[in-house]
Ligand binder design. Sequence first.
Ligand SMILES: [Zn+2]
Ligand SMILES: [Zn+2]
Length: 299
Amino acid sequence: MARLSTDRMLALPSSDAREGYVRWSPTRSLWISGMTVCAVVLAPLYVTPGAVVLWLCTSAVTLCLGHSIGLHRLLIHRSLDAPRWFERVLAYLGTLVGMAGPLGMVRLHDTRDWAQRQSECHDLHAHRASLLRDAWWQMHCRLDLAHPPQFNLEPRLRDDKVLRFLERTWMAQQLPWAILFLWVGGLPWLIWGIPVRVAVGVTGHWLVGHITHRRGPQGWSIDGVAVQGHDLSAAALITFGEAWHGNHHAWPDSARLGVEPGQHDPGWWVLLALRRAGLVWALKEPGMLTPRPGLRRAR
Ligand SMILES: [Zn+2]
Ligand SMILES: [Zn+2]
């Protein structure tokens, strides 16, 4: 039986998703601020067609194969299977997005997911704050719950030496690529290939999360939970399917996010190609899954 993402959170009698303290998180705050300032100030000065193509290609590979498929659909939700070496390659690509280490991403995701499943949760986990405040909270701060649940990472992830190495060095993983880009394409490649890519990726990830937890159409709703997921069809292609977030809340363990006819899900298309190549298998879809408690059709 495959593990479900929610199995990692053990609620204690005292666990409470509401009470907590938002604290400034210096490392990630300085990291994303530095990347964003570099991007805003230097990108216009060093723009070349080659640099923009590099930014688009490296963003697509790291966000689609790395973040969406490797970290989200595989490591976090186990919605498919892959050989261990390929799982590590995908986790490496996901680490290159520059958001967090792979194990930190699992913890962040599952803590939020747990909180959103409770009947009430803190404003940070619900993206309930105004746009600017939510941006500050999500990209520069962390929420320390007063009474958190216990987080138990399964040994497959916890004891994986490659994942642990990536976790310790996730920021430094940009360095080899920074040197390569500088060597091949000079400052334009360096700036568009690293800070512009990281700043746009991390900011875009937050913005899509902000919108899709607040408003928009949903194919399903879930009774008794603090937060619903919504779909943002305009962002379906550029998020590689992740913007079908209403579907994701309804079927969190589905490898397919665009589940209705006409819902474009490039991450799913890539998974189908990888399955043909024999690199992934056992892709889960809603029809194979038990509906989560409280799930209802919303349209
Ligand atoms: Zn969500
Ligand atoms: Zn998820």
